[in-house]
Design a protein around this ligand. Sequence first.
Ligand code: CO
Length: 193
Amino acid sequence: MKVLKYPHPVLLRKTKHLVRVDSDLKKTIREIFELMNQEKGIGLAAPQIGLPYRFFIMNLAYSIEGMNKEYVFINPEIRKRSGMTTLEEGCLSLPDIFADVRRPEKIVVSAYDINGEEFTYELSGLFARAVQHEYDHLDGVVFTDRLDWVGKRAVRTALSELEDEFETDRRLGRIPDDETICRELQELETLRT
Ligand code: CO
């Protein structure tokens, strides 16, 4: 398992609601937490490791001291958004790119946990920001899509470098063609959505 980099097609695709969380998926979620820990991330969404499902994980430990708690958001819905604020964001799928992103300051989000229990959180600050960033991944949206034209211009070179690396990896056979990726994702969807 590894974190897929932009512009891998799975990162640009909308995910599907999970209808079941079997023991295999629970084991995978455990592995995603370990991977995120290694990479010192605070959130990872299913598409970032190649899964076409609506869920993401979060642990704010690397950004907020004393916040070492693991969260799984399955089939999340953002029900309310209020205020606006600007914060710097980065993403494990867009390495070395950081930019100020404007988003709602507070949100109300509902989701299911790993045991199928529904929960609702009223969030602000970094937690609200991280949830919105991960939620976007489930719709095939990366944070650079949220920048205004000045911001987009600032990251243009870095993005085209990632695009070049992706093309090179594909030429070298490290990444399958679109048709193969699509077929694999459809099989995964049939399994659990
Ligand atoms: Co991200």
